[in-house]
Design a binder for this molecule. Structure first.
Ligand SMILES: NC(=O)c1ccc[n+]([C@@H]2O[C@H](COP(=O)([O-])OP(=O)(O)OC[C@H]3O[C@@H](n4cnc5c(N)ncnc54)[C@H](OP(=O)(O)O)[C@@H]3O)[C@@H](O)[C@H]2O)c1
Length: 257
């Protein structure tokens, strides 16, 4: 790579010296993004509830020369989030990625399912952002909320999830508006269907294959397909980007209702 290419990549994506906390980093997209940020030079803090899984992945990333810590945190529990924020201290980048879904028609959805999805996906992102805000302000950092194309379009049987992700997109805009004066940028990533351990089996079934045929590109995204958008949004090249929603979905939103 030439010196000017190296300088360009550094100016846009270099996270050397930054500290990034990723919620939901015990699995899927969050685990993948932690490695990506680490490869871009950040020290990463892996947050989730599953301590054993976090410890094993932490050891793996350290063996890859990525500075890694863990923070056991339940984003639905204010005490757990506050304790983790105090233990971790300030970060430059917060990725609110923890998320759960529930596949059921709305009129068959139970109160506890609604509460679990909304509390994790929407209120959890606000709760974690609030707990880490003082450090983000001090470091002039940024937040990336992992939403979904189901926050922008809808399908049947994902009502609470779609409502939570639409709320998360509005939360992103509201936080961007309020935190701009403090020098904190807030953006959202809206992935389409992305192959992770949680859904790989479904996408191998006839129903899953049919869903893939409904995606204009006729393929599922892989977690690494999110890397360019994520590095672009949290990297130094995005200093003028706040309140944005970046869709990575193979064109799926274009064919959703
Ligand atoms: N995969 C897709 O097709 C897709 C598409 C669009 C958007 N997304 C979004 O991307 C994010 C990651 O999805 P994924 O596919 O990687 O799912 P996943 O493999 O099921 O991972 C979900 C993560 O969230 C964590 N989590 C769940 N509840 C939590 C809680 N109460 N407190 C803290 N952490 C919690 C889980 O860790 P613990 O269980 O260890 O706590 C896990 O690390 C989600 O927000 C999802 O909505 C995914």
């Amino acid at each position: 790579m030439s010196a000017s290419q190296t300088a360009l990549f550094r100016r846009l994506f270099d996270l050397t010296g930054k500290r990034a906390l990723i919620t939901g980093a015990s699995s899927g997209i969050g685990a993948h993004l932690a490695r990506t940020l680490g490869q871009a030079g950040a020290n990463v803090v892996l947050a989730a509830r599953s301590q054993g899984t976090l410890e094993r992945y932490c050891a793996q990333l350290r063996s890859e020369q990525i500075g890694t810590e863990i923070a056991v945190m339940d984003v639905t529990d204010p005490g757990s989030v506050q304790a983790a924020a105090e233990a971790v201290g300030a970060v430059d980048i917060l990725i609110n990625n923890s998320g759960v879904s529930e596949q059921r028609m709305l009129m068959e959805t139970e109160e506890e399912d609604w509460d679990r999805v909304l509390d994790t996906n929407l209120k959890g992102a606000w709760r974690v952002s609030k707990a880490f805000a003082p450090g983000l302000v001090a470091r002039q950092g940024c937040i990336l909320n992992v939403a979904s194309i189901l926050g922008l379009g809808v399908l049947k049987t994902v009502g609470p999830y779609a409502a939570s992700k639409a709320g998360l997109i509005q939360l992103t805009k509201a936080m961007a508006l309020e935190m701009a004066r403090d020098g904190v940028r807030v953006n959202a990533l809206a992935p389409g269907y992305t192959e992770t351990p949680i859904n790989a089996a479904f996408f191998a079934t006839p129903a899953g294959e049919k869903m893939i045929r409904g995606i204009p590109q006729r393929r599922l995204a892989q977690p690494e397909d999110l890397d360019a958008a994520v590095l672009g949004l949290v990297g130094p090249g995005a200093r003028a980007t706040t309140g944005a929603v970046f869709v990575v979905d193979g064109g799926h939103l274009l064919s959703l209702g």
